[in-house]
Design a protein around this ligand. Structure first.
Ligand SMILES: [Zn+2]
Ligand SMILES: [Zn+2]
Length: 238
């Protein structure tokens, strides 16, 4: 019921102010059928652990070498084309309604997995960025996802212990070092719980790893990750 209300409130707003598509700017809808169709999905077979496409094995080479700290990670689409445009709009224009539309396929996707979940938590922004932007784009996705899944939304399950620089332009090792130990989790909210951590984009997975570490440390029973998009890390060299 709360999820339906959440969705209707935006539909009413659309009637007053007709939106344009977050992916292609076409007037009429927040996210058009064309963009939904051309959004590049991550093709199976998927690595059971990190959710990247594999050549047919159950685990990818990277997860065999050093598995992520989450039980499993999945992403809905590749960070490219209309998905990239739409996430840009969510991130820099605080398009809350677009974020809700984008999480609809995620609700379906998570529902199709055999993940037993208790709570949903967004990856927190650094304090500086939160102050500067005024909102956290991961939370704009995590909240409707929690409502759609009928799970408790815990905005404060994870917090930043220290500020980190942007991961943009860093290689794999630098990304890991940049976010290592950057998070802490609230024991009272997460102990004994299966937590779904939500972010907009995953690139190397270091941010999800660092948040998983904090959650395990605070006694979480299980930790999963879901991002709307997965960016392809082009080079491992600085
Ligand atoms: Zn479109
Ligand atoms: Zn993998």
């Amino acid at each position: 019921m709360r999820y339906a209300l959440y969705r209707w409130s935006w539909a009413a707003l659309d009637w007053l102010f007709p939106p344009t598509c977050g992916g292609c700017d076409m007037p009429g809808e927040r996210w058009c059928q064309d963009c939904q169709e051309i959004a590049a999905r991550i093709e199976p077979p998927l690595c059971e652990c990190c959710g990247q496409t594999t050549s047919g094995d159950t685990l990818c080479a990277r997860c065999v070498d050093s598995p992520p700290k989450m039980t499993a990670i999945r992403s809905w689409a590749i960070f490219d084309g209309p998905v990239r445009e739409a996430l840009h709009r969510v991130k820099y224009q605080r398009d809350v309604a677009l974020a809700e539309v984008l999480t609809r396929p995620l609700v379906e996707y998570v529902g199709s997995l055999d993940w037993h979940l208790d709570i949903v938590a967004p990856v927190p922004l650094s304090r500086d960025r939160q102050k500067e932007r005024g909102y956290n784009q991961a939370a704009l996705l995590a909240k409707p996802l929690a409502l759609g899944l009928g799970l408790r939304y815990c905005n404060h399950a994870l917090a930043r212990r220290r500020d980190t620089r942007s991961q943009v332009g860093l290689n794999l090792d630098q990304r890991r070092q940049n976010v290592e130990g950057a998070f802490q989790a609230s024991r009272s909210l997460v102990a004994g719980k299966a937590v779904l951590v939500v972010d907009d984009v995953a690139t190397s997975g270091s941010t999800l790893d660092a948040s998983a570490e904090a959650l395990w440390h605070a006694g979480a029973e299980n930790v999963y990750g879901m991002t709307l998009a997965r960016a392809v890390l082009v080079s491992n060299k600085p």
